[in-house]
Design a protein. Structure first.
Lengths: 121, 440
């Protein structure tokens, strides 16, 4: 419709169809993780033990716009394993709060209305 | 990758790992403890209620106080190194063994970890980097994890507000956040009962505890102190047949169970914003599987011999990783014994002559799965039945070797007993020395 109305669609000259891959420690040997962790220590921090997800991968997910727990889950696999988030959710909440600047109470499972916490002590 | 060698590696710095490590170090061996969290103590740190240490210290302590005593013991023990915020993530090939070790680049042989170190594990840590730790023995003490909604299959929508009870306990007691304002607790396990009281104290309303069995699955003392004292209803033989709510939990539908079948036609609705699940614990055996340890389907933990050694030589197991305990006092007792056996193993004095142990009538499981004929054996078991005035019978090769009275048994209360060599003395020397434990 917009095209018929005269909208011109031009590809941006700097458009890159490929997002750079975020390295996933679950797919790497300890020696490869070691190399990554020397540059970015957050690759050494295992946030999700079940699926083997490092803090660096969660941070990368937040920086690419995944700001809910489900968003992090679908992007990184953290919370998707055998404990279903029993051990890692509080770690992810902290990383989300730190990276987005939102208070922990405002963080949601999948958007407004699905806030996780019921208040502070 | 930093390579280091020890006599023993202990995986997990909770109640089991700390007690085992202190014993091994006390025998003069070099021990490394790997702990994922920032502090030693494991789940004790979030158990701020009392009731810990009644058997071990004859005192009524809170979880953190109980943990602190063992932290102090570890700090005072020579030869213990504790790696906090470190996850044992990958298992390496035996040092010096055949085959590549986890994609090792050529020309980077590990530093010698002592001759014949059979166990190599890679620890990942922000603080310490990537560590390659080798030792002659290992203790699996990773504890357990909670069964969750997927494990019990509760139908309904998938809103926010469904928590496992232990996770909610952590949020409340360590981080200071309330999981919700109006809660229904599914399952009457101990953590759920404790959380019913804790939430009430924190100003939330607990509408009830829903238990599928006809009896509570937590300790009797917790039912009295956490539910009865607060007037929180316990719905026995009831089951949550639906979770309702789009974004956040709005209600649950609770159905009575008749002859083992849920009756949704007689269901009632509880309006709530939070559901806590306290539906049992499972040993967290991921690392055990990576080490190729054989597991016991009844306990979910490894099969172990009389000295708590798993099917992999030099790898031992204790605590909730081995089988889920009711009381931390039992964990400590078991882990200290495990530490002593590891020390014997390291000294080359491990007693290999053992016989089989099998669960008999009305017994779900017995740990360990082998016994020594020449020394004291401590057994832990769980009943399959609820019974008053029960009898515990120990048979060897079919002959009654020992018998004791149990005033009351139920699946949620662990039974323990010690079998002495004298109990086995009068038996005919048959070829079948299998020991069977049953409840009558």
């Amino acid at each position: 419709l917009l095209k018929k109305a005269g909208l011109s669609l031009e590809e941006k000259p700097d458009w890159n169809p490929h997002l750079p891959q975020v390295p996933r420690i679950r797919e790497l040997t300890p020696f490869q993780v070691d190399e990554l962790a020397r540059r970015e220590p957050a690759y050494g921090e295992v946030v999700c033990r079940c699926e083997g997800v490092s803090e660096a991968e969660v941070v990368a997910a937040v920086r690419r716009g995944h700001r809910t727990l489900d968003g992090i889950k679908f992007y990184t696999r953290a919370q998707m394993g055998r404990c279903q988030g029993g051990f890692c959710t509080y770690r992810i909440l902290r990383i989300l709060a730190r990276e987005t600047g939102l208070p922990i109470g405002a963080l949601t499972k999948r958007g407004p209305g699905s806030e996780l916490l019921g208040g502070e002590l | 990758v930093t390579s280091r060698g020890y006599d023993a590696l202990v995986f997990g710095g909770g109640s089991a790992g700390m007690a085992a490590a202190a014993r091994i170090a006390g025998a003069g061996f070099r021990v490394a403890v790997l702990e994922r969290e920032q502090e030693l103590g494991g789940v004790l740190n979030q158990c701020i209620h009392s009731g810990f240490g009644l058997k071990v210290f004859r005192e009524d302590l809170t979880g953190p106080e109980y943990a602190e005593r063992f932290c102090e013991r570890l700090a005072a023990a020579p030869g213990v190194e504790v790696y906090l915020e470190t996850t044992a993530q990958e298992v390496g090939a035996p040092a010096g063994g055949a085959g590549g070790s986890g994609g090792r680049p050529p020309g980077s042989a590990p530093q010698a970890a002592g001759a014949g170190a059979p166990l190599t594990v890679f620890g990942y840590s922000r603080r310490h980097g990537i560590l390659e730790l080798s030792a002659r023995a290992g203790v699996l003490a990773m504890g357990c994890r909670e069964r969750n909604r997927g494990n019990v299959g509760i139908p309904g929508t998938r809103p926010s507000g469904v928590f496992t009870a232990g996770f909610a306990q952590r949020l409340l007691n360590i981080d200071g956040y309330l999981p919700g304002r109006r809660a229904v607790i599914v399952g009457s396990g101990d953590i759920g009962l404790i959380m019913a009281r804790r939430l009430t104290w924190a100003g939330a309303q607990v509408l009830g505890v829903v238990e599928i069995q006809s009896y509570p699955t937590g300790l009797t003392r917790n039912v009295v102190q956490c539910l009865n004292d607060f007037g929180i209803p316990l719905y026995l033989s009831h089951v949550v047949t639906r979770i309702l709510g789009r974004n956040r939990v709005e209600a649950v539908e609770v159905s009575p169970l008749e002859n083992g079948v849920p009756r949704p036609d007689k269901a009632f609705r509880l309006d709530c914003d939070t559901v806590l699940l306290s539906v049992g614990l499972l040993p967290d055996t991921e690392l055990a599987k990576k080490l190729d340890v054989t597991l016991n389907p009844e306990t979910g933990g490894p099969l172990v011999d009389a000295g708590l050694q798993t099917s992999v030589a030099g790898v031992f197991a204790c605590g909730n990783l081995l089988h889920v305990h009711d009381l931390v006092d039992y964990v400590t007792e078991e882990a200290e014994r495990c530490g002593e056996r590891v020390s014997e193993y390291l000294a080359g004095q491990y007693e290999g002559l053992q016989h089989r142990v099998a669960p008999g009538a009305n017994v779900r499981y017995v740990v360990p799965n082998r016994y020594f004929s020449g020394r004291d054996n401590r057994f832990y078991l769980r009943s399959l039945v609820v019974k008053n005035q029960a009898r515990l019978e120990v048979r060897v090769g079919g002959e009654l070797a020992s018998e004791r009275r149990l005033p009351h048994v139920q699946p949620s209360e662990m039974v323990s007993f010690t079998l002495k060599p004298a109990d086995l003395a009068g038996l005919p020397a048959g070829s079948d020395r299998t020991l069977e434990v049953s409840i009558a």
